[in-house]
Every structure is written in structure tokens, then in C-alpha cells.
Design a protein around this ligand. Structure first.
Ligand code: ASP
Length: 271
């Protein structure tokens, strides 16, 4: 798992995945329920409810799922508003449609058709964070900050990759995207091959950080392909990061993190 998530949330994410597996759930059940913990917990400012909104102060969430034992099938939603558990909607896109990704209004309609309730995703803390960002953005607008200091923060994301005792693998990625992003912006998290990739014969990988760069190198797909060629997960993650560094002449001015897991249960992470 990767995420800047509050440590309490992080622990609950992993214990939830474990509990689901112990009760005989599939790796996708485990990954979904684990990511739901983070999506629903307002202490996590980077995923789902309580996450930082876009530049206009509302949330557009991205998520994807991929399941090895279901024929490496996948589902995704992008720019989904007002739904607390976007990864569960992504799962339904995979299981209950012939499509792979639904976006915006269509994704919301689909979620409501399946009984999801529209809810307010803004917490008081996120609202204050957004107002502080707006007030510190420029000296040439009409908003005044109460004080000068303001620390710029990037976004973050949760990836959960699960391997069960049968050797089956699934992964789920969910995010609010970049904090205060432009309305309509979609990152790498719902893009299969970028923010998430699973091959039940090989392993799985997920990415967090600067989504555009993850998309440009097909980060998760590349990591899984490198494992297919024989690299250990750690080597594969390093390979992907090196590819990104090389594309930026050795000096990338952003963060990107890759996690990977192979069929033997070895894992790796590089940023
Ligand atoms: N990768 C996510 C995105 O680009 C954000 C992040 O993980 O920081 O939407």
C-alpha cells in the first residue's frame, strides 16, 4: 500500500484487507474494502471524503480496480462527484457493464442507479485548507489571507495490492487527485496501466504522485512488464523511476512513487 495517509488509517487499511482474506474474501474484496477505509475516513486528506477539493471547492474523484482472477478485468471512474466510495463504483463498472471507465455525470448517474447516495464530501478542515490556498494564490485578486505563511502541498493517492493464498492478485487505486486541481482534470489513478496494473500471472503495480508523468511512461504497466522480464519488484520500481528521471534530464521537479508486488509475495517501492 502507498499513501501519505494518517498512520491510524493506514493500519486499519491493512488490517481490513487481511481480515477480508481470512474470511475467504477474494483479493479484490480485500483491496476494495481496504481502500473504502481510506475513502471514508476524513482524516485522510488525499482520498475521498475529507480530501482537498479542486480549485472551485468541490471534489472530483478518480479510482480504478483490476482483478487477476476475473481475467485481469478492470473498471474505473473519473471526475466522479458526491460519492464517498469511488472504488466501489469502479468495481461495478467492471462487473456490471461492458465498459471500462465512466466519467463525470455519467459515472454519478451509474452510481445512483446502483444505490449509492450523493453526499457532501467537504469537511470543515478541507474547506479551511481550500480557503487558505485561494487566499494565498495571488496578491492580485480580491482574497486576503489572515497570515502570510502557506505551505503548498501536492496530492496523494492510495494503492492497495493484494495477493491471496491461491496466488490470485487484485489492486485498487483511489484519489481526490491533485489538491485544488483544475475542474475536469483526470490523473493517472483511473488509467489502467498508469495508476494501476495487474497481471495474475506476474504481479501488480500502482503509482501515486504526479499523475501526468505516470501516464506518460505507463508506469504501472511498465513495472509489471519488467517483472515479467524477470526483475524483482524493487528493481522494477526503480526502473520505472529511472525512466521518469531520464525523461526529465535527471532533474524531475515533482514526486512520483511506484509500488509493486509479484506472484511470490515480494514487494518493492521507489519514489
Ligand atoms: N496520482 C494522483 C493524480 O495524479 C495524485 C497523487 O497521487 O498525488 O491524480
Amino acid at each position: 500500500m502507498t499513501s501519505k495517509t494518517n498512520p491510524y488509517v493506514k493500519e486499519k487499511v491493512t488490517t481490513t484487507a487481511w481480515d477480508v482474506l481470512k474470511k475467504g474474501g477474494s483479493p479484490l474484496d480485500a483491496a476494495e474494502k481496504a481502500v473504502n477505509v481510506s475513502e471514508l475516513d476524513p482524516r485522510d486528506p488525499t482520498v475521498g471524503y475529507g480530501g482537498d477539493p479542486n480549485e472551485e471547492g468541490f471534489h472530483q474523484l478518480d479510482a480504478s480496480v483490476m482483478s487477476g482472477p476475473d481475467g485481469n478485468n478492470a473498471g474505473a471512474v473519473a471526475a466522479l462527484e458526491s460519492i464517498k466510495t469511488p472504488c466501489s463504483v469502479a468495481r461495478l463498472v467492471m462487473e456490471r457493464t461492458d465498459h471500462l471507465m465512466l466519467v463525470g455525470k455519467g459515472a454519478l448517474k451509474f452510481a445512483k442507479m446502483h444505490g449509492f447516495k450523493e453526499e457532501n464530501l467537504m469537511t470543515e478542515e478541507a474547506r479551511q485548507h481550500w480557503v487558505a490556498w485561494k487566499e494565498n494564490l495571488s496578491e492580485r485578486d480580491y482574497y486576503h489571507p489572515p497570515k502570510k505563511e502557506y505551505e503548498h502541498e501536492e496530492g496523494d493517492t492510495i494503492n492497495v495490492l493484494v495477493l491471496d493464498a491461491n496466488g490470485d492478485i487484485a489492486g485498487v487505486t483511489s484519489t481526490v487527485g491533485h489538491h485544488f486541481k483544475i475542474v475536469g482534470r483526470v490523473g493517472d489513478s483511473p488509467i489502467i496501466g498508469a495508476g494501476l496494473y495487474v497481471d495474475n500471472n506476474i504481479g501488480a503495480a500502482g503509482a501515486t504522485g504526479h499523475g501526468a508523468e505516470s501516464i506518460k511512461v505507463c508506469a504501472s504497466f511498465l513495472a509489471v512488464e519488467k517483472m515479467r522480464e524477470g526483475m524483482a519488484p524493487q528493481q522494477a520500481c526503480r526502473f520505472v523511476c529511472q525512466r521518469v528521471i531520464d525523461r526529465h534530464n535527471g532533474k524531475p521537479m515533482f514526486g512520483l512513487k511506484i509500488v509493486a508486488l509479484n506472484k511470490a509475495g515480494d514487494c518493492g517501492c521507489c519514489s
